[in-house]
Write a protein that binds this ligand. Sequence first.
Ligand code: 3H9
Length: 648
Amino acid sequence: MAVSLTRDGEIAHLIIDNPPVNATSHAVRAGLMQALAQANSDETVSAIVLSCAGRTFVAGADVKEFGQPPQQPFLPDVVSAIEASSKPIVAAIHGTALGGGLELALACHGRVASADAELGLPEVKLGIVPGAGGTQRLPRLIGVPLAMDLVSSGRRMDTAEAEACGLIDVVAEGDLISAAMALASSLVGCEPRQTSSLAMPAFDEGEAQKQFAAVEKKARGQQSPAAAARLVLQAAQLSFAEGLAAERVCFLELVQSDQSKALRHVFAAERVAAKVPGLEEVKPRAVQTVGVVGAGLMGAGIAVAFLHAGYTVRVVERDETSMKAGRVRIEGLFTRLVKSGRISEVDRAEQLGRLSTFADRSALAPCDLVIEAVFDDLAVKTELFAELSTIVRPDAILATNTSYLDPDEIAAVVTNPERFLGLHFFSPANIMRLVEVVRTAQVAPVVLATGLAVVKRLGKLGVISGVCEGFIGNRLFTAYRRECDFMLEDGVLPHEIDAALENYGFAMGPYAVNDMAGLDISWARRKRNAATRDPSKRYVTIADRLCEAGRFGQKSGKGYYAYPDGRRMVDPEVTAIIEQSSRDAGIDRRPFEAADIVSRVLDGIVSEGRKILDEGIALRASDIDLVLINGYGYPAWRGGPMVQAGIQ
Ligand code: 3H9
């Protein structure tokens, strides 16, 4: 039974039980309608509590039903029936109340949540808008500005914020159901308070329009955030019934859109990425104490990511001076997070309380997992791992964060190499969601499973990669950059390539990214590899020439662009260097249309993606899409280059 009805005295208790996440599938909707009718027609029932079995409250509409013929009763009808109930209904929320789940709760006459619950309307992440009254009821309850923020970002709110803004009435201190029963009892005899009838809280129209414009700008081509924000604005202008009708039209249109199909592909791809053949029955090991070797930009970011996720972190640097500098760097990252409002002062103090820093590798002895983030040089890494093998427990997991070295060569110096794998973070590691979990030749299934579980606990997305130069991401990026560099030499300029790709939806064009990351590291690598370069392959010298001219990117004030007052500007000196390179290569420069630029880049990526699949480096095409989206700013609402090319 997807919905059951039990009794506690005069209170009827409706329980939704639809694992894994209590989505409002057809059986739930039908079951709710029936149980509601039963409770409302029973004279001995005076109030109703709505809760869920299992790990969470309703996490939304059933995404598996999207794209199938709709079956009555529809969710908006169920939600309306709840709100119209003659007896007060209280939602008892645990886990996550998301999308249609929060919409059910919004229609209830009271809301109680357990302290660790989270609430949100994440529909925009699926390319749609809330379709069961969320955009109309939420602003009436919490005001237009906050409602617009929630529906357009899809972010989740914790119970402290939800209680403060009035989204929930009570945070349950003890048993959730008892607290919900108590609230329901207190409402008996009162006219049920309907959220749809609440007066819209006053707000500043001008500020709301500015907020809307900012949403539209940030969405970079994705339709749903602005559509959701617009519906919230309309809630203040239209009657509830008119607003609801507008929401329904918008929902039904967007659910059919290519953007929603693409984002649903991404949603499914993320769930599939966690399923690795051979690991289905493997239970990950417990990890609590994590060592990080190296507290440069990458190491500091990794340490912060682990601290956020509740781990105890021991960071080791090579000497006292570097150790102190590393601690300052980590504390600086926390300061920025507090300033931007991402974490509170209290959380900062608690998280930094789990950090210890050392200038002696032996301090890593108690660690369950050690990750290195030292200079990307084979001799440096092998020396480190040979010593680490003698310091940590024989079963402690050792991980390299190398970007380009062969982890199997490093594994050769590790005692018990089955405990060694790659965990390749992207910079800034405390922000970027992607981690490539690199399957070394001898890695034990339990170690790989633990790597994936740790990445999930970090709140990041783990994608399995086999061993090859650059793994999945940097190998694709090399192909992507190669096409761009060829076009640069053939006739376009950096700003034209960046503009074409940014208009397509990439977060940033490749040359703007390169200027931000710095040109010097890849220049050093090219110089190291110069002797082994294949002379028969086309080699573009523009990046080398820029470095020779002292243009290392933003850190030197100039790179592919000039940065007067910090603004990115086309620089005639760069244009001259590029045109000279074309002349030296005997190329007659020709113009490119933006569409040609984009298709050449995507063709290059897809062709490399096919090779990566054929070689078994990626488990599936959708993993490649995820890497591009989460590591390189490919627009999620386009689904990914592989799915766009029809490769699934
Ligand atoms: C909506 O509500 C529209 C309405 O406004 C209007 C309608 C008219 N449906 O992520 P996990 C499955 S749109 C069906 O690994 P976690 C998932 O596929 C919806 N299935 O767990 C996986 O299955 P499997 C708005 C769903 O603990 C399993 O549950 N809601 C749905 O890391 C476990 O998932 C959302 O967008 C679903 N809605 O995270 C919420 N959700 O084991 C989307 C999950 O076979 N969901 N499954 O691979 C989430 O954000 C996370 O799944 C959640 C749990 C936080 C709930």
